[in-house]
Write a protein that binds this ligand. Sequence first.
Ligand SMILES: Nc1ncnc2c1ncn2[C@@H]1O[C@H](COP(=O)(O)OP(=O)(O)OP(=O)(O)O)[C@@H](O)[C@H]1O
Ligand SMILES: [Mg+2]
Length: 238
Amino acid sequence: MATDLLAVDRLNVFYGDSHVLHDVSWRLQTGRLLALLGRNGAGKSTTIHTIVGFLPARSGAVRLDGLDIHNTAPELISRAGVGLVPQGRRIFGSLTVRENLDVAARRAAPGGGRVWTREDVNHLFPRLGERQHQVASSLSGGELQMLAIGRALMTSPRLLLLDEPSEGLAPQIVREVQQVLQDLKQQVSIVLVEQNLGLAMTLADDVVLLDTGRVVFAGTREAFSERSEELQVHLGVH
Ligand SMILES: Nc1ncnc2c1ncn2[C@@H]1O[C@H](COP(=O)(O)OP(=O)(O)OP(=O)(O)O)[C@@H](O)[C@H]1O
Ligand SMILES: [Mg+2]
């Protein structure tokens, strides 16, 4: 049996005394896109932050290619080929587009996926290419999101984690993000946190649904669609 690229295994995570993730388990195989769904406060970002090493797990494991990486330093997890596009984008506003990309550049992890250069990112996002010397604070919301994705690609990840990339974007820009992710999913394995169900369902191979820190569904998109009426209650969609 093939080893999972990423396995989240019975994770329990706390903020102080507050128990936020309860025995969260799911897995992702190479080449697939997994949509991590759930309403506000369900624990999606907490899961992502635990995977990248920002938060410690009280118990459980996070395995990358079978190796337990939980409670490892974020820098080492990044070097192992895990790229993050954080919620809220977190771009350096006073740096130019080019500087934002260059600070993220790094040699690809051994055994990693494709190597990305600044030229590759500019090819994927021509609008960024035209704005190389512009400070990031002058970019539109959509351009900032493209830059956030570009910055993560500059680490040449084999696993890309995106935390609500469509948040706060106009429908036209969401369609652009969708097209970009459609292309990227041919090249890198992806975990996509989303509240935009339409976007998630268009792209996903697999779905994990969280409700108050517990997995209430994990399976293929087809299996999710078959049960979507019953599962809507966990999404806050009325
Ligand atoms: N730093 C923190 N300290 C204490 N509690 C926190 C902290 N960050 C998040 N929480 C709580 O943990 C729970 C899960 O939050 P999390 O940010 O993971 O949700 P989310 O699914 O990403 O939501 P959203 O869609 O709004 O981003 C929530 O109840 C939240 O209030
Ligand atoms: Mg979040």
